[in-house]
Design a protein. Sequence first.
Length: 278
Amino acid sequence: MNTMQHKGSIGVFDSGYGGLTVLKEIVQLLPNNNFVYLGDNARSPYGTRSFETVYQYTWQCVQWFFNQGCPLVILACNTASAKALRTIQQHDLPLIDPSRRVLGVIRPTSEIIGNYSKSGHVGILGTNGTVQSNSYVIEIEKFFPHINVSQEACPMWVPLVENNEYQSPGADYFVKKHIDHLLQHDTAIDTILLACTHYPLLMEKIKKYTPEGVSVIAQGHIIAAGLEDYLQRHPEIDGKCSKNGSRKFYTTGDTADFNNHASLFYGKEIISEKIHLP
């Protein structure tokens, strides 16, 4: 593939399909911007992998976006944001190109999640990697020091979604199990954050097993609003972004499989191309 062929496009990255739930919300707010999506499906899921492995995979993919000409990359993946973003921002970008930007999903979510809670008790549902990193606990405390944060790792949820089992009775078992665990840990929780971009596909079942009076918050609209705000505050980045309404989709996995699954996340049919990372 020719380098720089997507000059000015905003890159959106995920380990698999989940980031498409974020891209879906972003394009509604920023319909004129050009976007390139990459799912690293060949190496998904990231949630159980080590910090070093997630960092290496994520940095490889970010460099691919840069080679395509993307001035800005969104890590629409909580695990990558938790395990790779800080190193990329603080170590890699200053060496490679300080004018490029890589943004994650944890900080913009943490900045406002406390506003949803009246009780001051928030629950986080995420992958093993996101929960073990404690990223949400640390970030939320910066903005809402009075908020009590409880976490629950849901290792089966991403595989259920990626394998198209999220509507099966087996999914009910695992959804109920983890919501029960979370709420047993803190009965005062009135707000649950879905800290994984795959989880909105389980929303129907999640709400089924969540008591009345407990809000369930997905990240898509939060990230989209955060990106819109970021571009308004950083005209030097916005000025590098092309605005022809173009959308391109790539995967490191099987394109037919990606196209089939991705339409569920994105809400419309897409046609992807396969890339081979070095």
